[in-house]
Structure formats: structure tokens, C-alpha cells
Design a protein around this ligand. Structure first.
Ligand SMILES: Cc1cc2nc3c(=O)[nH]c(=O)nc-3n(C[C@H](O)[C@H](O)[C@H](O)COP(=O)(O)OP(=O)(O)OC[C@H]3O[C@@H](n4cnc5c(N)ncnc54)[C@H](O)[C@@H]3O)c2cc1C
Length: 471
């Protein structure tokens, strides 16, 4: 297994549990890949960026259970939104069944007008009535291809108001898919709404780790080593050896060579072609086309204040550059009496911030925080760090799914995992774990050993279940 992110780890744990002796090689000194944490020179543990899961992420939940980390994730069912004028709105489920569970808080939501709400309800109905697959995106007659349109074009087609787009659809989808609405495939956007907000009552619940991300993976290592496997850090792979259309070894950066019955690549999509011989990449479209998967950025801003500035665990900002504010002190269980406070701000699809300086970005964030968290006006910023991930995720742009290869490759003993492989999911931790489980199942099939790891989606409930039955 090459790569110790969530794709490699989930596959490794699944195969170790199935009786394989797994050797996992990770280039960095820690596990977790993009969903990792590290220690700053001052001793603070910081996540590469805040990572959240949703109630609908069934495979990630299963993986955390296998890795003995499920108890370290806390789920929240109350979402708090803040506008720059200081007003706030809450979304929380009532006792009504899906897809009406959020209807009451939506009706009372003060940051949208009635015209916005009617427009949103109409689009939601268009999604829900067809079990999450509206006919204009998934035509009943598959020969009549609906074409690939952007989420923004689909919203305009469904007559959404500008404020509904800005204060509702954009707020949720840009963070969930890490892409602007005019660059997002409408099918991915609609899928998020169906799975997270419409089909079940629990799908929208936000799960946040109560520990630094790196602490979630201790159980994986134990699960692999207990069964005779190995997890090697600072163990970069330089390349795969290919002969007679099969992998017959890997060259490590330290000059050694390793061989195995099966090889699993769980590295990002831009790294894999560098590890394969040029002629293999050139002749296999699945490898050659990986350059066509574009990427999008995420910027994380870490701020330490001398005093408490926020009481809520997290907050979603409307009409602002900053999209989410996480109260890390509270999320890590810091007491209300803690003197200082550590906040982590997240900006997805942060194209506009890439050319800006660190000081500039911190100044912009502080200005926006003053509107929504008045206590920051008098607080002293003790320290600030900006982490720009220029290629945080692959961009779920229209047509991008055609460049995502399956977990079986054209080299019979090489299998692929990674959030960018064909999973049907966008670039998320759930997508990475799905790919890991699918790759493990593919290896088991090849070894003629039955095994199933992929978890089904949460079954639709209430009216959503009725509407999702095939007509
Ligand atoms: C800033 C940011 C915020 C995000 N927020 C969220 C979120 O809130 N929720 C969510 O669900 N998802 C989020 N994501 C996406 C999520 O992190 C990824 O989808 C997921 O972690 C990808 O896992 P992976 O295993 O496919 O790839 P990676 O995590 O990239 O793992 C690949 C691994 O391969 C290793 N590797 C590379 N080359 C070699 C080599 N030659 N030899 C050995 N090892 C090698 C790398 O070091 C790395 O550890 C975020 C991503 C970023 C960057």
C-alpha cells in the first residue's frame, strides 16, 4: 500500500481484517494525508485544516468504528448562521419526518425573505419528488442525455433568487464540494442536498473531531500491526517497476526494493503518473487522463486570541469571505474559564485569496469577525497562521467524473484508491474511504475471497422513501 491517507488506511485496515499481511508505506512522518495534524514550532497541535463529516457519510463512520475512533467525533444537530449585520439564524430538525424535518426552522429562518424561501422550497421539491434524481439531470430515457450543466445553471433554471443562491445554496455547496457553483457539476450539488438534507433526518448532522486529526489514526496502525502487517513512515516510494504488463516491485526513496502479491496505490492523482513508467502512462488512458482532473484550493486561517471571543462550537458566515468559524478551544473540550481562545476559519474554493499575503488575509478575516463576533473587537490577536492548500481537492466540474478511473487498473496486480477514483462522491473523507473499501473488495475478488466493506447510504425515510421508489 503506497500512501497513508484515508484511502490507503481504510483499504489497509479492511484487508488486514480479511487476513492479508499488509505493508503500508507513507512518505511523510505522519498518517492521515490531507486530513492530518502536526505540531507547530510553538508546540500547538494544528489540523492541516478543520475537517468535518456529515451524518450521511456512512463509510467514514464505519472506518472510524474499525479504527476505534468513532468516540472521538461529536455530532451537532443545530447549525448556526450569522450575517454581517449581526443577525443570526438556526437550522435544526423538528419532529417532522424527512424531507420535512428542517421545514420549521427554514420557515422561521430570518436571513432569507419569503420569495427566497418559496424559490428554495420549489427546487428542493424538484429534487425530493424524484428521489434525489430530478429528471432534467437524470432523464428516464438514458439515450436522451441531459448534458452536463453547472449547479448555477440548474439553480437559475429553477428560478432561484440571487439571495437564495448566495445565502443558501452557495453557503452549503461551496464548502461541501470545494468549488464555485458556476464550476460545479449540478449532479454533485443535487446529490449533496438529497443525501444530507432531504432523504433522512440524520444526514445533515455535522460531525467534528474532538481531538487533533492525527489522533484518529492510532487504532489503524494497531489493527494492521496486530495482524502481522507493518506501517512505515518517512517511507516514500520512487516508482513502480513494470514488466510484462504487471507490477514486479517498487523502488523506495532510500534505494531499497519491495515486492508483493498485490500493489495498491493510494497517492493523489497528480503523483501516480510520476510513479509509473512513462510508456505505461502514455498508452493507458486511465493514467494519461488524470491530468484532466483540475483541482481547487482551500485556505485555513488559525487565530489565537488572548481572551474568549466566541461561545458557540462553530458558526457559518453569510455574505463573507470567511465561510466557517470553528471554536477549537471548545471543540477540544477547553473549559469555559480558558483564558485565551483558538479559532479556525475555513474558506473553500479560495481562488481569490491565493495571491494575497498572509497579513492581508488575517486582516480581512479579523475585519469580518468583528461583525459577527463583537468580542474580537477588544481582544488581542496573539498569533495567526494561514495555510493555503492550492490543490486541496479535485474540482467536481461538469464532465470531471469521466476522468476518474475504477479501482481495478489495466495492470492486473495494481489497484487504485484515492478520493479521485470513481466513487460517485466528491473529494471528501467519505469519498476516500469508499475508494479504499472498493479497492479492498477488488483485491479480495481477485484472490477469490468473498468480502464486502462498502456501506450503503442511509435508507430514505418518510415521504422521501415513498418518492425514491422506482416508478
Ligand atoms: C484544506 C482541506 C480541507 C478539507 N476539508 C474537508 C472536510 O471538512 N471534510 C471532508 O470530508 N474532506 C475534506 N477535505 C478533503 C479530504 O481531506 C480528502 O478528500 C481526503 O483526505 C483524501 O484522502 P486520500 O487518502 O484520497 O488522499 P491523501 O490524503 O492526499 O493521501 C495520500 C497520501 O499519499 C502519500 N504519498 C504521496 N506520494 C507518496 C509516495 N511517493 N510514497 C508514499 N506515500 C506517498 C501522501 O503523503 C499522503 O499521505 C479537505 C481537504 C483539504 C486539503
Amino acid at each position: 500500500m503506497i500512501g497513508g491517507g484515508l484511502a490507503g488506511l481504510s483499504s489497509a485496515v479492511a484487508l488486514a481484517e480479511s487476513g492479508f499481511r499488509v505493508r503500508l508505506f507513507e512518505k511523510r512522518p505522519h498518517l492521515g494525508g490531507r486530513a492530518a495534524s502536526y505540531v507547530l514550532p510553538g508546540g500547538e497541535h494544528i489540523d492541516n485544516c478543520q475537517h468535518v463529516t456529515l451524518g450521511c457519510c456512512t463509510n467514514l463512520e464505519d472506518f472510524y468504528r474499525r479504527a476505534d475512533a468513532a468516540g472521538k467525533i461529536k455530532f451537532y444537530d443545530r447549525l448556526l448562521f450569522a450575517a454581517p449585520d449581526g443577525r443570526r439564524g438556526v437550522m435544526a430538525a423538528s419532529v417532522l419526518p424527512a424531507p420535512l424535518h428542517l421545514a420549521a426552522s427554514f420557515t422561521l429562518f430570518p436571513l432569507l425573505s419569503w420569495a427566497d424561501k418559496f424559490a428554495i422550497a420549489r427546487a428542493m421539491l424538484a429534487i425530493a419528488r424524484h428521489g434525489g434524481r430530478p429528471r432534467d439531470l437524470w432523464p428516464a430515457d438514458s439515450s436522451n442525455d441531459a448534458g452536463e450543466i453547472t449547479m448555477l445553471a440548474w439553480l437559475r433554471k429553477h428560478r432561484q433568487t440571487e439571495r437564495a443562491i448566495r445565502r443558501f445554496w452557495e453557503v452549503i455547496l461551496v464548502s461541501a464540494l470545494d468549488e464555485d457553483l458556476d464550476r460545479t457539476d449540478a449532479r454533485h450539488g443535487v446529490n449533496v442536498f438529497w443525501k444530507a438534507f432531504l432523504s433522512t433526518r440524520a444526514g445533515y448532522r455535522v460531525g467534528i473531531p474532538q481531538v487533533p486529526l492525527g489522533d484518529l489514526y492510532d487504532g489503524c496502525k494497531q489493527s494492521i500491526t496486530r495482524r502481522g502487517g507493518e506501517v512505515l513512515l518517512r517511507a516514500g516510494v520512487r516508482g513502480f517497476r513494470v514488466s510484462a504488463n504487471r507490477i514486479d516491485g517498487v523502488d523506495f526513496e532510500d534505494g531499497s526494493v519491495g515486492t508483493a502479491d498485490y500493489y495498491l496505490s493510494a497517492v493523489p492523482q497528480d503523483i501516480l503518473p510520476e510513479l509509473l513508467p512513462g510508456e505505461v502512462v502514455a498508452r493507458e488512458p486511465a493514467f494519461a487522463n488524470l491530468v484532466k482532473l483540475r483541482t481547487s484550493p482551500i485556505t485555513g486561517v488559525h487565530l489565537w486570541f488572548d481572551t474568549m471571543v466566541m461561545t458557540e462550537p462553530f458558526l457559518t458566515l453569510l455574505d463573507s469571505t470567511v465561510q466557517w468559524v470553528f471554536n477549537k478551544t471548545k471543540l477540544y473540550g477547553g473549559s469555559a474559564e480558558s483564558r485565551g481562545q483558538y479559532l479556525q476559519l475555513v474558506i473553500s474554493a479560495s481562488y481569490g485569496l491565493l495571491p494575497r499575503s498572509r497579513q492581508d488575509i488575517i486582516a480581512l478575516c479579523l475585519k469580518e469577525l468583528r461583525d459577527v463576533l463583537p468580542a474580537t473587537r477588544d481582544a488581542v490577536l496573539v498569533k495567526g497562521t494561514v495555510v493555503k492548500e492550492t490543490s486541496a481537492t479535485f474540482s467536481p466540474s461538469p464532465g470531471s467524473d469521466q476522468w476518474r478511473p475504477a479501482q481495478n487498473s489495466s495492470l492486473p496486480n495494481l489497484f487504485l484508491a484515492g478520493d479521485w477514483t470513481a466513487t460517485g462522491w466528491p473529494s471528501t473523507m467519505e469519498g476516500a474511504v469508499r475508494s479504499g473499501y472498493l479497492a479492498a473488495e477488488a483485491i479480495l475478488r481477485d484472490a477469490a475471497m468473498p468480502g464486502k466493506f462498502l456501506q450503503p447510504d442511509l435508507p430514505p425515510e418518510g415521504l422521501a422513501r415513498l418518492w425514491s421508489r422506482p416508478s
